[in-house]
Design a protein around this ligand. Structure first.
Ligand code: ADP
Length: 322
């Protein structure tokens, strides 16, 4: 391998920049040429590619988002388009690709290398932490701390006004963010798509919470879920049961911001490892971390397997309030 390319794809996450930096610097220092692809697969299919030098990644380790930009590219789901993309890489004499993104991006990466034979390594870059084959994804620790900071503030108001607040965090199909944010913020309850929940149970918990004379305040962390508006619907239902909950949707403030130290170290290690694996002839794998060890997982597994949520965390939140 003489030249590699790197892209960021799907939803941006804090830590993508340190990963791009680590890939660029470790590849350059081992004598490779490195190319950046702008806007993920959208840039790849139109050849929006430039040569990365060490100075391009100067002063980006502390910046959220991604200097390479990111995008969603429905056209890449077409095998004909993927083949054209391979031709573009060959024209630039690029013989290996590193894709930093979520499960959608890594699915595209799997089909791309299977069909074209161009070696591809994936890195888990998403705030959602819903990718099989890694304990942590790049960006998860940052979102955890950002949401936590917001909830600590909301709790001040909840306590002062003796109110219940429903706080919605990101996680369309998974409760990984909600469960960890819930534990860390001392939430009275956590509602996630993976665990059945009954309104009656919630109302009962709120009533017994008060009966234990803990005051009328509380935080319920809600994962946004697949359909928009869940948290507002929930608030309306609670109102019909005599509650007067406040609602706070944290939304996009969760996605940006300076990556935490943990995310910077994770991104640096995974980025450098991705280059090592590419140079050693590996393809069609994701590099992640399990039990503090760098691990590789076939991209096929990422496509087929769902990372399970630890249901104990959801129960633990309630247990710690009894
Ligand atoms: P994320 O990578 O954050 O999960 P998406 O699910 O939107 O984000 O996927 C990002 C991009 O990955 C898509 O816009 C598309 O270009 C590519 N992709 C997603 N799923 C597939 C698929 N099944 N086949 C090929 N490419 C895909």
């Amino acid at each position: 391998i003489k030249a590699i390319a790197v892209m960021t794809s799907g939803g941006d996450s804090p830590g993508m920049n340190p990963a791009v930096r680590a890939i660029t610097r470790s590849a350059l220092n081992q004598g490779l040429r490195v190319f950046g692809i702008n806007r993920g697969y959208s840039g790849l299919i139109i050849g929006d590619i430039f040569e990365l030098k060490s100075t391009h990644v100067t002063n980006i380790i502390q910046r959220g988002g991604t200097i390479l930009k990111s995008d969603r590219c429905p056209a890449f789901k077409d095998p004909v388009v993927r083949n054209q993309a391979a031709e573009i890489l060959k024209k630039h004499e690029i013989d290996g690709l590193i894709v930093i993104g979520g499960d959608g991006s890594l699915t595209g990466a799997h089909y791309f290398t299977q069909e074209t034979g161009i070696p591809v390594i994936g890195l888990p870059g998403t705030i959602d932490n819903d990718i099989y084959g890694t304990d942590d994804s790049i960006g998860f620790d940052t979102v955890l701390n950002t949401a936590l900071d917001a909830i600590d503030r909301i709790r001040d108001t909840a306590v002062s006004h003796e109110r219940i607040f429903l706080v919605e965090v990101m996680g369309r199909n998974s409760g990984h963010i909600a469960s960890q944010v819930g534990i860390a913020s001392g939430a009275e309850m956590i509602i996630v798509p993976e665990v059945d929940f009954k309104l009656e149970t919630l109302c009962f918990s709120l009533a017994s919470h008060r009966a234990q004379s803990k005051g009328g305040s509380g935080i319920i962390v809600v994962a946004e879920g697949p359909a928009p508006g869940l948290t507002y619907r929930l608030a309306k239902q609670l109102e019909s049961h005599g509650e007067k909950p406040g609602v706070s949707i944290l939304g996009y403030i969760q996605r940006g911001g300076r990556p935490t130290g943990h995310d910077r170290v994770l991104a640096s290690c995974l980025g450098a490892s991705a280059v090592t694996y590419l140079m050693a002839g590996f393809t069609d794998i994701m590099v992640g971390v399990i039990n503090s060890q760098i691990t590789t997982t076939p991209l096929q597994d990422i496509v087929e397997k769902k990372k399970p949520l630890n249901p104990d965390l959801v129960e633990l939140a309630q247990l710690l309030h009894k």
